[in-house]
Design a protein around this ligand. Structure first.
Ligand code: ATP
Length: 899
C-alpha cells in the first residue's frame, strides 16, 4: 500500500467516518497490520504526552544555596574572613559545599524516585491489528488504528467514533463538563466546539457507559490533551500531612533553639568570651541544631517506601497515601479477584432437565461431563453456549498452543467453555451479528445484546440469577418454551442458592427470538439455564486477614455476588463465622435514613452481598462518621465515587477499569488482598522510620546544645569550636538518619493498633525520651573530660585543647552509638531490634567512625579542627564514655523510665 509520509485528518468530525477511514488508509474489519503499525510508529512517534517538567540538576543545586541556613553559614564564613581567621573561613566554606552536595543528592534522588514512580503507570489499549482485537501499551497506538473501548476505559488517543453502543464519556478532564456526554457516529459542522463534538473521543477522557470502535486520528502531543500543555503539567505533589506536620514541628524547634542560643550567647558574653567566637558558635549551633534536613529526609523515606512497595506490586500514587495507609483501620474489600484467584472457570451447568459439573479440557477443546453428559444434547445447552458466545465483550483464542485473552475474566471463562463446545464463537458471531447492547453494570447486574438472525432478531442476556429472572417470563424445558410461574421461579432461585452455598458464582442465561427490531429489549426473555463458576480463594489471604485482626484492622467483604457465595468464601478465609449474618444489599437503607440501630448493625457486619456501588459509598460515609480510616477496593467505573471518598481508594491493576485506577490512591498490580496488608505494613514502617530519624536527629542536636550551654553557663574552660559543631553534624546527621529511614518493620509492627492521624509525630512519651537521651549523652560527654583530667592528667594544668578534643570525640561516638537506641517496641531485645539487625545502620556506623577518625588521620582536617590527642589512654576514655552513654540509655529503656 503506498501512502503518504504523514497522514493527518484535521477535522475528522466534519466528514462521515468512512471518509476518515479512507483518508487514514484504515481498515475497520482488520485494523492495521503489525508491520504498518511499526512503520507509522516510526513516523509519528510514541503516543505519549511529554511532560514539560524535567528534572533540572542545575536548579536543584542552585536551590541548595538559597536557604536561610546556608545564609547563616555564609555569614559565619564572612565573619571568619573579616577577622582573618582564614582556616576557619575556608573550613566553613567547605561545610557549605558539602552540605549543598548532600542536599543536592537527596533532592535529586527524591525527584528521580518520583519520576520512576510516574513511569510505572502504563495504560493499555485494545486495538484491532491483523484482524484480531488485542491489548497493547497505549503508547504504541498510531493514527489509523481501530481501537475498542468500553465502560471504565480511559480514551488513550484522539479518535473518531465508527461504531458505538450507548456510548457515554466523561470529558471533565478536558472540557470541565462533568455530565456524561453521549457519543455517536454523526457528522458535525466544522465549527463545532470541542465539548460538542459528539462523534469524537479525546485522549485523557473516560468512557462511563457502553462501548465503541473508533478510528485513532491523532496521538501523543498532537492530541487535544497534548496541545493544551498546561493542563498536563500538573502542579507538583502537594506537601503531605506528615510533611506539613514536620515543617510546623521544625518551625517550633527553630524557636526553641533560638531561645537557647540567646541564653548561651548572653552567658558567654557575661563570662567574658570573645564576641566573634560567640557569634560564630551561635551560628554554628543554629545551623547544627535546627533540623533543616528533616522535610527532605522524610520525603526521601516516603519516596523510597513507595518504590519498595512498587516492587511488591503496590503502586502508591500519592506520597500522602503512604502515611494514611499506616493509620488505616478498616479495609473494605471486594471478593472476586481480590480475595479469590479470579481464575474464573465454568464448572457447573444447570438446565431444566438436570445439572452436571463440568471440566474444561482446553488442550483437547472438549468438555468433560462429570455427572450427566446427556445435557450436551439438549436445546437449552445449545442456547447457553450461544448466549455465552454472543453476550460477551471479552476475547479469547488459542494460537499455536498459546492462549490469548482479554476482557472480564468471567466472560473469558465463558468463551473458554464455548471454545470447548461444538460451535465456535466466530460462527455464532457470523450467524448473529450484533446490533445493539445493554452493557453490564454492577447496578443492574445484567447484560444483554441484540442480534440480527436468519429468522429476524435474537436477544441474548446474562446476569445475576434473581435480577435476570425479573426479565424472564418463560423457561426452556426440553425443546419447549413454558411459562415461568411463581413455583418454577422459586425452584430456580433455590438451585442458584444451593450451588452458591458451596462457593460457586452463579449466573443465569436467557434469550428471545423476535421478528421486530426493538430498542428496549430486556424483557419477556426465556430462561435457558444457569452456569456456575469456581473461583477459589487465594491461598495467602487467610494469613493476611489474621494479620489484619491482630493489627486492629477490621476487614469487611463488600461484594456484588450472591450472599451464599460470599459467605462460603468468607468462612473459608476466616473473615466470618458460621453464625455471622450476611447483609444483603436489598436490606440496606440509604445512608440518610439510617437509624442508630441500623448503623450499629452495619458496623458489626463483616460480609455485605449484592451491594451496589452507591451502597459502597454509604458504607465509607458511615465508617468515616465513626472516625475510621477506610481503605476501599473497587474496580468498576461506578466504584469511582467510593474510591475517591475512601481515605485510601484501592484499584485493581489487572481487573480494575482505567477509571478506577485513575481515581484511586493506590493500585494493586496483582489485585491481591495480601498486597493491601503488605502496603499497610509498609506504611506503618515508613511512619516508624520517619519518627526514628526525627528522634535521632533531635536528640543528637539537643545533646550538642546541652554540652555547649553547660560549658557556656558554667564558664568551663573548654568549649566546642564552631567548625567542630559543623563537622559533628556532617558526620552524624546524614548517614545514620538515612539508614534509619530504610529500617525494616519492627518485629511486632502488625500487632499494634493503627495510629491515629491526630497523634503527634513526637508524643509526650517520646519527648521525654528525647530529653533523657540528649541529657545522658551530654552528661557522658562532659564527664569524659573530667574523667580524663582526673584519671590521667590530675597533676597537670588543664589542657584546654585536649579537653576540647575529648568533648568532640566523645560527643561524636556517643551520637553514632545512639542510633542503636532507636527502637521503641517494648519487650524487644537490643540485639534483635530492627535497628541492630539493619545492615545499613552498621554501614553508617562504620562510615561515620572512619570519617570521625579521618579528622585525626588527615593532617589538613586535623589542623582545621584543632585535634591534638596523643595517648591511647585518652582514646580509651572517649570510647568508654561513649559506650557508657549507650549503656545508660539502654538501662533506662530496660527499666521503662523511657520508651
Ligand atoms: P465483587 O464485587 O466481589 O468483585 P462481583 O464481581 O460478583 O463481586 P459485580 O461485578 O458487581 O460483583 O457483579 C455482580 C453480579 O453481576 C455478579 O455476581 C454476577 O451475577 C453478575 N455479573 C458479573 N459480571 C457480569 C457480566 N459480565 N455479565 C453479566 N452479569 C455479570
Amino acid at each position: 500500500m503506498s501512502i503518504p509520509e504523514i497522514i493527518t485528518t484535521e477535522t475528522p468530525w466534519t466528514s462521515n467516518y468512512e471518509a476518515a477511514l479512507k483518508q487514514l488508509h484504515a481498515d475497520p474489519e482488520h485494523g492495521l497490520s503489525a508491520a504498518e503499525a511499526v512503520r507509522r510508529l516510526d513516523l509519528y512517534g510514541y503516543n505519549r504526552i511529554e511532560s514539560g517538567k524535567k528534572i533540572n540538576p542545575l536548579m536543584i543545586m542552585v536551590n541548595q544555596f538559597i536557604s536561610p541556613f546556608m545564609l547563616l553559614l555564609a555569614i559565619a564564613a564572612g565573619l571568619s574572613f573579616f577577622f582573618q581567621e582564614w582556616l576557619d573561613g575556608i573550613a566553613i566554606m567547605a561545610v557549605i559545599v558539602i552540605n549543598a552536595v548532600i542536599g543536592f543528592f537527596m533532592e535529586f534522588q527524591a525527584e528521580r524516585s518520583m519520576e520512576a514512580l510516574k513511569k510505572l503507570t502504563i495504560v493499555p489499549a485494545r486495538v484491532l491489528r491483523d484482524g484480531r482485537l488485542s491489548e497493547i501499551p497505549s503508547e504504541e497506538l498510531v493514527s489509523g488504528d481501530i481501537i475498542f473501548i468500553e465502560g471504565g476505559d480511559m480514551v488513550t488517543a484522539d479518535a473518531r467514533v465508527i461504531k458505538s453502543t450507548q456510548l457515554q464519556t466523561d470529558e471533565s478532564a478536558l472540557t470541565g463538563e462533568s455530565l456524561p456526554i453521549e457519543k455517536n457516529v454523526s457528522v458535525l459542522p466544522e465549527k463545532t466546539p470541542l465539548a460538542e463534538r459528539y462523534n469524537m473521543l479525546y485522549k485523557g477522557t473516560f468512557v462511563t457507559n457502553g462501548n465503541a470502535y473508533a478510528l485513532v486520528v491523532q496521538t501523543g502531543m498532537h492530541t487535544e490533551l497534548g496541545t493544551i500543555a498546561s493542563m498536563v503539567q500538573k502542579a507538583g505533589q502537594a506537601a503531605t500531612p506528615l510533611e506539613k506536620k514536620i515543617r510546623s514541628f521544625s518551625k517550633k524547634l527553630i524557636w526553641m533553639t533560638v531561645i537557647l542560643l540567646v541564653i548561651i550567647f548572653i552567658a558567654g558574653i557575661i563570662n567574658g568570651q570573645n564576641l566573634v567566637q560567640m557569634m560564630e558558635t551561635s551560628i554554628a549551633l543554629a545551623v547544627a541544631a535546627i533540623p533543616e534536613g528533616l522535610p527532605i529526609v522524610s520525603t526521601l523515606a516516603l519516596a523510597f517506601g513507595m518504590l519498595r512497595m512498587a516492587r511488591h506490586n503496590v503502586l502508591v500514587k500519592k506520597l500522602s497515601s503512604v502515611e494514611t495507609l499506616g493509620g488505616t483501620n478498616v479495609i473494605c474489600t471486594d471478593k472476586t479477584g481480590t480475595l479469590t484467584q479470579n481464575k474464573i472457570e465454568a464448572a457447573f451447568i444447570q438446565i431444566n432437565e438436570g445439572a452436571s459439573r463440568i471440566n474444561l479440557d482446553i488442550a483437547g477443546a472438549s468438555i468433560k461431563w462429570m455427572d450427566g453428559n446427556e445435557i450436551e444434547d439438549r436445546a437449552a445447552y445449545d442456547q447457553l453456549c450461544c448466549i455465552a458466545a454472543l453476550c460477551n465483550t471479552a476475547t479469547y483464542y488459542s494460537e499455536g498452543g498459546t492462549e490469548k485473552e482479554s476482557g472480564d475474566p468471567m466472560e473469558v471463562g465463558l468463551l473458554k467453555m464455548v471454545y470447548c463446545g461444538h460451535t465456535k464463537q466466530l460462527d455464532y458471531i457470523k450467524e448473529y451479528p450484533k446490533l445493539d447492547e445493554v452493557p453490564f453494570s454492577s447496578d443492574t447486574k445484567v447484560m444483554a445484546t441484540f442480534h440480527g438472525s436468519k429468522q429476524g432478531y435474537y436477544i441474548a442476556a446474562k446476569g445475576a440469577v434473581e435480577e435476570l429472572l425479573h426479565s424472564c417470563t418463560s423457561v426452556l424445558e426440553g425443546s419447549e418454551v413454558v411459562a415461568l410461574d411463581e413455583s418454577k421461579r422459586n425452584n430456580w432461585l433455590n438451585y442458584a442458592e444451593q450451588r452458591a452455598q458451596s462457593g460457586l458464582r452463579m449466573l443465569a442465561f436467557a434469550y428471545r427470538n423476535t421478528s421486530e427490531k426493538e430498542s428496549y429489549f430486556l424483557h419477556q426473555l426465556t430462561l435457558a439455564g444457569l452456569i456456575g463458576f469456581i473461583d477459589p480463594p487465594r491461598p495467602e489471604v487467610s494469613q493476611a486477614i489474621a494479620e489484619c485482626k491482630s493489627a486492629g484492622i477490621k476487614v469487611v467483604m463488600i461484594t456484588g455476588d450472591h450472599p451464599a457465595t460470599a459467605k462460603n468464601i468468607a468462612l473459608q478465609l476466616g473473615l466470618a463465622n458460621q453464625e455471622d449474618e450476611v447483609m444483603h444489599g436489598n436490606a440496606m437503607k440509604p445512608y440518610a435514613e439510617l437509624t442508630a440501630e441500623d448503623k450499629t448493625k452495619w458496623l458489626n457486619t463483616s460480609v455485605f452481598a449484592r451491594v451496589s456501588p452507591a451502597q459502597k459509598l454509604d458504607l465509607v460515609s458511615l465508617y468515616q462518621e465513626k472516625k475510621m480510616v477506610v481503605g476501599m477496593t473497587g474496580d468498576g467505573v461506578n466504584d469511582a465515587p467510593a474510591l475517591k471518598k475512601a481515605d485510601i481508594g484501592i484499584a485493581m491493576g489487572q481487573r480494575g477499569t482505567q477509571v478506577a485506577q485513575e481515581v484511586a490512591d493506590m493500585v494493586l498490580k496483582d489485585d491481591a488482598f495480601s498486597s493491601i496488608v503488605l502496603a499497610i505494613k509498609q506504611g506503618r514502617t515508613i511512619f516508624d522510620n520517619i519518627r526514628k530519624f526525627i528522634i535521632f536527629l533531635l536528640s543528637c542536636n539537643m545533646s550538642e546544645l546541652f554540652v555547649i550551654a553547660t560549658a557556656a553557663i558554667l564558664n568551663l574552660h573548654f568549649q566546642l569550636f564552631p567548625i567542630q559543631i559543623l563537622y559533628i553534624n556532617l558526620i552524624t546527621d546524614v548517614l545514620p538518619a538515612l539508614a534509619l529511614g530504610v529500617t525494616k518493620a519492627a518485629p511486632h509492627i502488625m500487632e499494634r493498633k493503627p495510629f491515629s492521624s491526630s497523634e503527634p509525630i513526637i508524643d509526650r512519651e517520646r519527648w521525654k525520651a528525647l530529653f533523657v537521651y540528649s541529657s545522658v549523652i551530654a552528661i557522658a560527654t562532659i564527664s569524659a573530660v573530667f574523667a580524663s583530667h582526673g584519671l590521667l592528667h590530675a597533676d597537670e594544668a588543664w589542657n584546654t585543647d585536649l579537653c576540647n578534643n575529648i568533648l568532640f570525640y566523645t560527643l561524636i561516638f556517643s551520637q553514632v552509638l545512639h542510633v542503636f537506641n532507636m527502637y521503641f517496641e517494648r519487650g524487644v531485645s537490643f540485639f534483635k531490634s530492627e535497628v541492630f539487625t539493619n545492615r545499613y545502620v552498621w554501614y553508617a556506623v562504620f562510615a561515620c567512625t572512619i570519617l570521625a577518625l579521618s579528622a585525626y588521620w588527615i593532617p589538613a582536617i586535623r589542623d582545621v579542627l584543632k585535634i591534638t590527642i596523643h595517648g591511647w589512654k585518652d582514646w580509651s576514655i572517649i570510647i568508654v564514655f561513649a559506650f557508657l552513654s549507650l549503656l545508660i540509655n539502654q538501662l533506662l529503656k530496660r527499666l521503662k523510665v523511657i520508651i
